[in-house]
Design a binder for this molecule. Structure first.
Ligand code: SAH
Length: 284
């Protein structure tokens, strides 16, 4: 008989040294999607500086007595300025604290983690980076949508729908994105969804291109709206889809009919072949 010794098999993690900042991704929501290193850091940190996108169930894993500092938007008030957050990290580290900077998803994907890390470099503060599961991959997986699938796409483009000031992202050649004709995953898309879908349509993507909008992915409040490019903005409005939401555009969305494992757990039937042909034809 084999006896499990899993509990003894946790690796030895680096010490979280006083005066260090760990820049850590919290994943899209479900605490089960934290990395072991993120969990370790939560158990060691003196102070956790967290963003709006970090789920409360994750903060509950912080060490008893750890100070929790909120650094996101709340109640429509303007968010703290980025230089202020960076400065705060620097002064907490200089005061000898173990500082955990916890960000939703992956800290380096549309999360300004790079900017914060550069400020730490400038200030001579030692730091480490712990990647997390980004919403554009893990959040979609919780809706049964793969980032890539051999029969539908060989590329995936990650785009942010708006810039620091809230305006629609400029400098993106939406037509060439559309011209790729493959998967497009858009973060922060809700505010400018009409304009973004309009650009993709103008760029030649068919109005019938499948779209999924996954709101509050990987949390207890996850909601998925399936629609098409031509109708997405109206449908999102009518369904009052809430942020944060991740938008997937492309044929890969059709796989959800077969891969919505969460729906299957709730008893919904799955379509074994949503692409309508033999996906296994050239296993080789
Ligand atoms: N660093 C984060 C992204 C920050 S930008 C990451 O890697 O996931 C914020 C955007 O991320 C949101 O507007 C939304 O588009 C997306 N997002 C983050 N968490 C999400 C979640 N649980 N469900 C859906 N979208 C999410």
């Amino acid at each position: 008989m084999v006896t499990s010794r899993r509990s003894l098999r946790l690796p030895h993690f680096s010490d979280f040294e006083p005066g260090w900042v760990w820049l850590v991704g919290a994943g899209p929501g479900d605490p089960g999607l934290l990395t072991l290193l993120a969990h370790h850091a939560l158990g060691e940190a003196d102070v956790v500086v967290y963003d709006a996108l970090v789920d409360d169930s994750i903060l509950e894993l912080a060490r008893d007595g750890a100070e929790l500092i909120y650094a996101g938007k709340r109640g429509g008030k303007p968010s703290p300025k980025q230089p202020d957050i960076s400065q705060r990290l620097v002064s907490l580290a200089r005061s000898g604290k173990r500082v955990l900077r916890l960000k939703g998803g992956d800290p380096l994907v549309f999360g300004r983690g790079g900017e914060e890390a550069l400020s730490l470099v400038d200030a001579g503060i030692p730091f480490r980076i712990v990647p997390g599961i980004t919403a554009g991959i893990g959040g979609l997986a919780y809706a049964g949508i793969p980032a890539t699938h051999r029969d539908t796409n060989h590329t995936v483009t990650f785009i942010t729908g708006h810039m620091a000031g809230g305006d629609m992202t400029d400098g993106i050649d939406w037509r060439s994105v559309a011209g790729f004709g493959q998967s497009v995953v858009i973060y922060m898309a809700l505010k400018h969804l009409r304009a973004i879908t309009g650009e993709l349509l103008a760029g030649g993507m068919a109005a019938s291109t499948p779209v999924a909008i996954v709101s509050r992915a990987a949390t207890a409040h996850q909601r998925v709206l399936e629609t098409e490019l031509g109708a997405a903005a109206d449908d999102a409005e009518a369904a009052a889809i809430e942020a944060p939401a991740i938008v997937a555009v492309g044929q890969v969305v059709r796989l959800r009919a077969g891969l919505d494992w969460m729906g299957a757990m709730e008893g919904r039937l799955l379509d074994s072949n949503p692409l309508g042909h033999d996906t296994e034809r050239d296993v080789g």
